[in-house]
Design a protein around this ligand. Sequence first.
Ligand code: HMG
Length: 296
Amino acid sequence: MALPKSVSLFEVGPRDGLQNEKSVSTEAKIALVQDLAHAGIKRIEAASFVSPKWVPQMADSAEVLKGIQRLDGVRYSALTPNLKGLELALDAGASEVAIFAAASEGFSQKNINCSIEESIERFIPLMEKAKAHNLPVRGYVSCVLGCPYDGEIAVSEVVRVSEILYKLGCYEISLGDTIGVGTPLKARKMVEAVAARVPEDKLALHFHDTYGQALANILACLETGISVIDTSVAGLGGCPYAKGASGNLASEDLVYMLHGMGIDTGVDLKRLAAAGNAISQALGRTSGSKVARALG
Ligand SMILES: CC(C)(COP(=O)([O-])OP(=O)([O-])OC[C@H]1O[C@@H](n2cnc3c(N)ncnc32)[C@H](O)[C@@H]1OP(=O)([O-])[O-])[C@@H](O)C(=O)NCCC(=O)NCCSC(=O)C[C@@](C)(O)CC(=O)[O-]
């Protein structure tokens, strides 16, 4: 299969990135989401309605969603682990939500305090309520290329959980290499196996860059027909339940590569890098994007 003509970025920096940062003001979070929208990103994960006891960094999610000056055509998403999270997301005006499961039992227990099967049971009433509100739901599968607790993960398990989420009604399944251990051929084989059960135009890649492999892994998977990639501006992030994990691939680095290959993203790279530089400055560090640093 040929490379796609265009790729759409699903920006997770304000959620996946900032869920790991202890002292970011609500204003800085709102400014980041707005900057990303002005750079041309159309789907931004801006909030996470999880237990504030588990992830206190996201406790101001409702204020963030309510405080954003929204742009037409941009969807502002929120992570929701259960019905309570969905209700909070609806109240705060999320344009879509995401449920998150894992392909590994160990990670499911550490991250959401239940087994994979229990998590699916929890998602059923959430999906029903979201449907009643015409709210699109995205589904994440974590640990698709390895788990910090269980090690190697069988591809068959990734396929199984992805298919369950798709059949539950998720409009898109995002495949998460949570700890960034994947390498290109392995990543591609995993994606091909999932794409045999879930249409490739319903799949997205969510690759962390812990081992510096994310860009290569994404390139290897683009030829399978996938054209939605989750990235994190300035490479923000990690996962509070995956020790040592670094952020998703930096959005700027992906946009630079795709534009260089003649693949359209609809994103203004300079504005994107400026958004990443501004939040990095608020965090007291330089951007984690190599492209943003090179652009100066
Ligand atoms: C799932 C739970 C809630 C289970 O946590 P639990 O302790 O088993 O749940 P519970 O139902 O017993 O509730 C405990 C307390 O939390 C409250 N509560 C319960 N739910 C909510 C909610 N939605 N919003 C606000 N509060 C909530 C609930 O009301 C109660 O409060 P209390 O009575 O003690 O005062 C917890 O484990 C949790 O919040 N986990 C989230 C962990 C997390 O956010 N991890 C990071 C995101 S996942 C990720 O980064 C991976 C991803 C998506 O990026 C893909 C990849 O890279 O692989």
